[in-house]
Design a protein around this ligand. Sequence first.
Ligand code: GTP
Ligand code: MG
Length: 554
Amino acid sequence: MFGRRLLVSELRFLCDPSWRRFHSSIVSFNNNSNNIVISQLKYSHDPSNCILFRPVPQTIGKSPVHLSKRSSSSGSSSNSKSKNQKQRGRQSYRFIDQTRVRVSGGVGGNGSLSMYKIGRKHKKRPDGGHGGNGGSVVILADPNEQSLKWTQPHVIANAGSHGGNQEKHGRNGKNVILRVPCGVVVRRVLEPDEYWDFEKQQAQKLVQTYGTTSGDTYDDALNEELRAWQEERDDANKPQINDSDRRAGGYLASNDYDSDDEDDDLDFNDDNYYFNGNDDPDEDEYSYEHLPQAPDLSFTPWGEREKVEIADLNEPGSFIVVARGGRGGVGKSIFASRHGPLPPPHVLSQYAKPRNGETAMLELELKMIADIGLVGLPNAGKSSLLSAVSRASPYIAPYPFTTLNPLVGYIEYQDGFRVCAADIPGLIAGASEGRGRGHQFLRHLERTKALLYIMDAAAMDGRDPIEDFQTLLNELSAYGNGDLLNRKCLVVANKMDLLLKEERKEIIGLLQEKAVESGILMETNVLGISAGATGEGLAQLTKAIRNAVSQNKQ
Ligand SMILES: Nc1nc2c(ncn2[C@@H]2O[C@H](COP(=O)(O)OP(=O)(O)OP(=O)(O)O)[C@@H](O)[C@H]2O)c(=O)[nH]1
Ligand SMILES: [Mg+2]
């Protein structure tokens, strides 16, 4: 197209109503013919009357049409780029559809061990508040998000604050909400010593199942200790509390076992008051042989670890709590209304300790949720089509692999009906085996309801459109279980404006034959369109897209 006289059809192409598409066309044009500066472009609905640009000999002040990085080399300043254009630039926009992140809930706050001294007597009343709970990490599906973008590899929620005296409870830590696009699959990567409990829907430590004392959870050990202490206490001379004492706060008038008081009834420094966890005489003889062998806890690379799918966030607003915050420590005031003595100091301090938040390693994969996916070889005109039928503004240029990341746009109908269309980067032969990042692109087609095969009928890159169609069918059938071929589809021949009437008929006929032969579920016959130039056939195509999608929506 460049370095020679422009054909009428190409000029029409320049006069496309979409301002953004102007941009790419003009940039290419400028590259090859520096002596022409396009200063004014007018759009005419009448294709025969659309050669309305004029060269300007001199430009003063701002250059007239300079829109992209490539045109800046021919004189434009980078300041003239709008923010929107910068975002569209391939360098600045990072699309991430697969990522790993470690998440941790916040640690709880300490429980307070404060004692309130009553008057001048040696009486005290526990008044320590509880520590606040740590914040949790939540993953939320947000339709406004496009990509999985993280600022940090380890996301940690806020810690809870500590409890204080006078029963002041600590504040809970703030939750961290990670916003992700709809259609994200969350997988939990298990540690080598973990397994997934499907009943409880949480990861469990393998060592717990071996019944070893080291495998007991913190809570179990603590409860055991407290239970032992309560038994001891019940056996000892239980302090008698009369009704008036109870009304006064229960513990208030009863004995105080603070270690400062020498005349306490119970002496917790006495060994009898400590729980001896190993008091079962038969324990040494107990055999662990019937239990499975302990797992190999040596380092396993992330990629080889077991992964469990824990959520599929495909609805806007759906969320999952991936790491719960740790519980805050228990303040001493909890014992204020209890009758009888306080638990021994070591039990109290254990209670006051907060728990750590959960930690999980996650793998997130974005599978776009679009109603229809545009599939084609590079330069077929997928982005041009998306930009012509929706408000999306993909990068369009006459070289292969212009689009490197999938992009969605909404086709809006007059009655408010919307179809979400995804522009998938160009596929090449061998894509189903991962060639040209084929796996990553085909993944985004998995959830589409219908497919739109688009071929470059004008063979601008020297490829045969029928062969292109065959390549697409081969790759889609070879991907996964071949399910992609079993959904509703449309077959479209693009760039019709560059063909003569007879050529158009011939190519559409051949594509139709191929489509029927392959047995794909076509919504209508093969359609000829001109997405990037005259816009012919687009009205018919959008109707067909609606039909194909709405049939699959029930
Ligand atoms: N003449 C003509 N050119 C078109 C038409 N549609 C697209 N083009 C041109 O074809 C070239 C490639 O268009 P794109 O929309 O970027 O193609 P693509 O399929 O998105 O390409 P990749 O992103 O590389 O896979 C651009 O230069 C477009 O201007 C059309 O209907 N007629
Ligand atoms: Mg493209």
